[in-house]
Design a protein around this ligand. Structure first.
Ligand code: CP3
Length: 351
């Protein structure tokens, strides 16, 4: 365990980590999924001419991009700048992130023979992550750093489809048609994901978020039988570190309880389910994260404040609340609207 996680450090006592642990907070902590990135002109400037995946492998650049939203918005946590496909690239999978498209995989995984593309991830494969997190924790002071990874299902969706998909027809065809191959694929992805999260925690990340962004495409039964055991393996692998584990997916209203049961301390909620209802679905013993609709930020300050007030009201009786958007910051968002939103949540919830 690194110094920044050892109680009672200033990081350990931060509002964000307290809310994750369901302890009393001085104000509701705020961070935004995709807070680093294209909404910021300073991001577009430093990224100019550098492909996305290459930028993830340069520790100084990762440090600068991760810090940009912390400096600008006064958010309560930083999220490590990377992408869910970085560990897959690191073990040699031929893939790229295409601007405006997302991850594209050269040779999709469709057969048992294709599994040979996957090998275990070692810390040496991602030494730039360890280096960047060392630089970051030195700069961040008491602000916690969130590490993250893609969950086995969401990673598999890209690997099997070969790129973004609306229907996940190839991934689901494998899940229903060759459950053994599917289970072996997700089990290997769970090991890779767990190894990648361990690298981040050992380097100094004080919380982790597992993004199962596209799990909302699954019924509760299919999630329970074909996906949850693999995500649970990831959470169990990092349980011993004692850092809060956040679990998030889009359109997961029917899965919220299961997302918690997979092993999360904090369940991320999108904007479709009010937080009080989400708390009923999740049950006791978990904090919640969310859930302002990211499109509200285009509606002007008055509307942002009214909709934020609604979120805070639905969160009034939660055991722990981390304010966030219901999904990532959209690239055309006015960054000043985000800065004002952080200030608004902080002043409205100051205790
Ligand atoms: O939140 C943060 O500030 C950290 C950065 C972050 C990125 N990707 C950087 C990125 C995080 C947390 C991710 C996770 C990620 N990547 C997810 C899960 C989160 C979610 O949104 O549900 C998913 C599904 C991906 C896959 C992916 N990578 C997509 C769908 C895209 C967008 C394609 C596009 O151009 O619209 C990417 C590329 C990507 N990842 C960008 C950034 C900043 C844009 C690339 C660029 O700036 O050139």
């Amino acid at each position: 365990m690194s110094a920044n996680q050892t109680p009672p450090s200033a990081t350990y006592e931060s509002a964000f980590l307290k809310a994750c642990r369901r302890e009393p907070v001085p104000h509701t902590p705020v961070w935004f999924m995709r807070q680093a990135g294209r909404s910021l002109p300073e991001y577009r400037k430093v990224r100019e001419g550098i492909p996305m995946l290459e930028s993830c492998m340069r520790p100084e650049l990762v440090t600068e991009i991760t810090l940009q939203p912390v400096r600008r918005h006064n958010v309560d946590a930083a999220i490590y700048f990377s992408d869910i496909v970085v560990p897959l690239k690191a073990i040699g999978i031929d893939l790229d992130i295409r601007p405006g498209v997302g991850p594209v995989v050269e040779k999709p995984i469709r057969t048992r023979a294709d599994l040979a593309q996957l090998r275990d991830l070692t810390p040496e494969d991602v030494s730039y992550v360890t280096e960047a997190i060392g630089l970051l924790t030195a700069e961040l002071g008491s602000t916690p750093l969130i590490g993250f990874a893609g969950a086995p299902f969401t990673l598999a969706s890209y690997l099997v489809e070969g790129g973004p998909s609306r229907t996940y027809e190839n991934a689901k065809a494998m899940m229903y048609g060759d459950p053994e191959l599917w289970a072996d694929l997700l089990d290997r992805l769970a090991d890779i994901t767990a190894a990648f999260l361990k690298v981040q925690i050992e380097a100094g990340a004080s919380a982790i978020q597992l993004f199962d962004s596209w799990a909302g495409a699954l019924s509760p039964a299919d999630y329970t039988n074909s996906v949850m055991p693999h995500s649970a393996k990831v959470f169990a692998a990092v349980a011993g570190y004692g850092v809060p584990r956040i679990h998030f997916g889009v359109g997961t209203g029917e899965l919220l309880k299961l997302l918690g049961e997979a092993g999360a301390d904090v369940v991320g909620v999108d904007w479709r389910v009010p937080l009080d209802e989400a708390a009923r679905r999740v049950g006791p013993g978990k904090a919640l994260q969310g859930n302002l609709d990211p499109t509200v930020l285009f509606a002007g300050t008055e509307a942002v404040e009214a909709k934020t007030r609604e979120v805070l009201d639905t969160a009034a009786n939660l055991e722990g609340h981390v304010f966030n958007l219901g999904h990532g910051v959209m690239p055309s968002t006015d960054p000043d609207a985000l800065t004002r939103l952080v200030e608004y949540v902080h002043t409205q919830t100051a205790r």
